[in-house]
Each structure stands twice: as structure tokens, then as C-alpha cells.
Design a binder for this molecule. Structure first.
Ligand code: COA
Length: 134
């Protein structure tokens, strides 16, 4: 298995295809696909390959060189349970040793399993039209 930084030219179509095939991931749909391609190229994105098949990726945001927020982590269903998720996370803190890495979790059980510490929580701000300024 090989993990390296994302390359738009060689990886974009493979990565978008993997997302398209993944249940519950909407980023490859008509509305989001073009925006997500830009996000992949402008974020800290890593891809994992198993025998030339793109089987996982992570996408993270860099906050002024001090913090990194992992937004997306996905391993293809057929390749799960082989430490690919763990290695995709490891290469972030290895490549950015001076930054604190946080993950925006959708699967708390996984991050607890790999020994991450829970800090705070995330809130969704309600839609502006629901907010009264009176
Ligand atoms: C979560 C995900 C990235 C894990 O990838 P993976 O390559 O299968 O994980 P690893 O092989 O590195 O697993 C490491 C450990 O976590 C455990 N684990 C894996 N998925 C788990 C889950 N969903 N819940 C709890 N534990 C999990 C593994 O059993 C393993 O434990 P062990 O070391 O005791 O054997 C993968 O299941 C996935 O892509 N899920 C769908 C997308 C998703 O939910 N992404 C996270 C959104 S923030």
C-alpha cells in the first residue's frame, strides 16, 4: 500500500469515482462535484493506493499553520480493516509535526478505537432566515 499527496491530474477521476460508488457520500453528484474537485486540489489531500487501485483518501484544512482540521476520511468498503484509515491519519501528523491535528468526526467509535482524545463538539449554526435579530 502506498500513501502520498493527491495529484489532481492523475488522481481526480479515480477519487471522484470512488466517492460516487460510496453509499452516503454526495460529493460526486451534479451539484457538488465541481466544487469538491476544487476543494480536493486546494486542501491537504492524501490518497492511498493498493495495487494501483485508489482505495482511500483524506482531505484536511490548514488553519493559519497552527491547526489542521481533517474534514473527510474514506476507505473503500472492500479495503477496510487493513489499517489504511489509520495510516492516512498518521501521514498528516508526520508531515505537519508542528501543528495540532483535529478530526471532524462522523464515526466517534472509530476515532476512540484508534486512541484519539475527545475535545469539545461541533454545532451547526441555524439557517439565517430562522434567526430573529429583534
Ligand atoms: C472509518 C474508516 C475510514 C476506517 O478505515 P479503515 O481503514 O477500515 O480503518 P483501520 O483499518 O485503520 O482501523 C483501525 C481500527 O479501527 C477499527 N474500526 C474501523 N472502522 C471502525 C468503525 N466504523 N467504528 C469503530 N471502529 C472501527 C478497526 O477495527 C481497527 O481496530 P483494531 O486496531 O482494534 O483492529 C472506514 O471505515 C470508512 O471509510 N468508513 C466510511 C466513511 C467514514 O465514516 N469516514 C469517517 C468520517 S469522519
Amino acid at each position: 500500500m502506498q500513501i502520498r499527496k493527491y495529484n489532481k491530474l492523475s488522481d481526480e477521476s479515480k477519487l471522484m469515482k470512488m466517492i460516487e460508488d460510496e453509499e452516503g457520500w454526495d460529493y460526486a453528484n451534479e451539484t457538488l462535484a465541481e466544487k469538491y474537485k476544487v476543494a480536493l486540489a486546494t486542501s491537504i489531500t492524501y490518497v492511498a493506493f493498493h495495487e494501483d487501485v485508489l482505495c482511500g483518501f483524506s482531505r484536511s484544512l490548514n488553519d493559519f499553520g497552527a491547526y489542521i482540521y481533517v474534514c473527510d476520511l474514506l476507505v473503500m468498503s472492500a479495503c477496510r480493516g487493513r489499517d489504511i484509515g489509520r495510516k492516512l491519519m498518521e501521514c498528516i501528523y508526520q508531515d505537519y509535526p508542528d501543528q495540532v491535528v483535529y478530526v471532524m468526526s462522523d464515526v466517534d467509535g472509530y476515532y476512540e478505537n484508534v486512541g484519539y482524545k475527545r475535545i469539545g463538539s461541533i454545532f451547526e449554526v441555524p439557517c439565517q432566515k430562522l434567526v430573529s435579530h429583534d
